[in-house]
Design a protein around this ligand. Structure first.
Ligand SMILES: NC(=O)c1ccc[n+]([C@@H]2O[C@H](COP(=O)([O-])OP(=O)(O)OC[C@H]3O[C@@H](n4cnc5c(N)ncnc54)[C@H](O)[C@@H]3O)[C@@H](O)[C@H]2O)c1
Length: 384
């Protein structure tokens, strides 16, 4: 293995997604063959000593601390992976970049647009490499969709319909958490789920032009954990419904909901163009549904209709495991996103999606919240 660079990971936040990133780092050297680096799980930071200990014992990190600044200062950490609640992203990322660490950040980039702009400016000044975890760009079906759109296979794109639907907050007994606290999350369903859908729409269809949004909080009080009988007000959206005009002239709708009864992890995208259409649903991730309007439509429908393209798990080399015919899955998409980052470091090229992409999504969310508050269309980019 001599000559293979070693990359030390310092992970901040060992909660749900911190464990997912850790598992992906551990799998990467087997999922990709050859794998271009040796990943060293150098250190982990979490809010509680118990979580830090879990990171060491379960995650396999060599070192742990409740003070993330210690982690950022370590010489054996080359990458800081930010998996904290949203309000900490700016502080962690700025400190890490100022310490010349490359940075990988789960969505959203920050709490608001002002913070996102600051992060992008520090990234520019320091010249470190930066990537967002917009993991759905790394679903093979979405990778193929991007190729088809870029090749002009849909013709002129007229419209789209995007939705990211969860049901996890339907129960009014679900207690308060950082995700339901605007000061810690920056927003509700739009930030949590809509950020992914906005990124995919922008990835495939280009820049946003303007937005009109309606947001709704259906369950306005929730129990405070550890204080029986006590509730606290919920100020973030359970649902956000956006009408979006793209800079290209295409128009579409985008819905983010955590109260969509009957759904699990339903990220849907439909795009309609003059020459064709695309459909995707994360709950059916093996297939990209493609409609080619140039196929003969007669007699009796001819050969025209949505075709299920078998994108399945057809990652390009050096992807090795699981094989291309094995069913596609959520964890593998995260691993592909992280592989892209690590490969970009080794090959010294800019990773994508980067913090500018994160900032553009932040800007669209800020425009949407402004629109919902002021009940008017808001144009992008935002001046302030
Ligand atoms: N891309 C995805 O699929 C996806 C999925 C879930 C969450 N996320 C994002 O990941 C981030 C974390 O979400 P989560 O679900 O893992 O949350 P979580 O509540 O499960 O975990 C948060 C972790 O941050 C740690 N933390 C809090 N304060 C800290 C501090 N001062 N120093 C060090 N660690 C601290 C906590 O100890 C905990 O381990 C959020 O930005 C969220 O939007 C992304």
């Amino acid at each position: 293995m001599s000559g293979t660079p070693e990359i030390g990971i310092g992970l901040v936040g060992y909660g749900f997604i911190g464990r997912v990133h850790t598992l992906a780092y551990r799998m990467l050297p087997m999922l990709y063959d050859p794998f271009p680096a040796r990943i060293r799980l150098a250190g982990v930071s979490a809010a509680s000593r118990a979580s830090v200990q879990k990171g060491i014992e379960q995650g396999g990190y060599a070192y742990g601390t409740t003070d993330w600044r210690e982690l950022v200062a370590r010489d054996d950490v080359q990458v800081v992976d930010c998996c904290t609640p949203n309000h900490l992203h700016r502080e962690v990322l700025v400190a890490a970049m100022r310490a010349s660490k490359h940075v990988y950040c789960d969505k959203p980039l920050a709490l608001d647009l002002a913070e996102a702009r600051e992060i992008v400016e520090v990234a520019r000044q320091t010249g470190v490499k930066h990537q967002m975890t917009f993991n759905y760009r790394f679903v093979p079906a979405m990778m193929r969709a991007k190729q088809l759109v870029d090749e002009g296979r849909l013709g002129r794109v007229f419209s789209f319909r995007a939705a990211y639907l969860h049901a996890g907050y339907v129960d009014p007994g679900r207690p308060m958490s950082w995700r339901l606290d605007a000061a810690l999350s920056g927003g509700g369903a739009l930030v949590d789920l809509g950020s992914h859908a906005l990124d995919l729409v922008r990835f495939l269809l280009g820049e946003f032009g303007s937005v009109y949004a309606v947001t709704e909080t259906f369950i306005t009080q929730r129990p405070v954990p550890g204080r029986p009988g006590e509730t606290a007000p919920v100020e973030v959206d359970d649902l956000a419904l956006l009408t979006v005009r793209m800079a290209s002239g295409a128009v579409g709708s985008l819905e983010a909901s955590r109260l969509a009864t009957g759904t699990n992890d339903e990220l849907r995208l439909e795009i309609h163009g003059s020459d064709g259409a695309l459909r995707f649903n994360l709950m059916d991730p093996n297939w990209l549904y493609v409609y080619d309007a140039r196929e003969p439509g007669a007699p009796i429908g001819g050969e025209r209709g949505f075709k299920a393209v078998e994108t399945v798990q057809r990652y390009p080399a050096p992807a090795a495991l699981p094989g291309p015919k094995a069913t596609a899955g959520w964890l593998r998409f995260h691993a592909a996103c992280q592989y892209h980052f690590i490969a970009s470091l080794v090959e010294d090229r800019p990773p994508s999606p980067d913090f500018v992409d994160g900032m553009k999504v932040q800007e669209a969310m800020e425009a949407a919240y402004r629109s919902a508050r002021e009940q008017r269309w808001v144009s992008l980019p935002l001046d302030v």
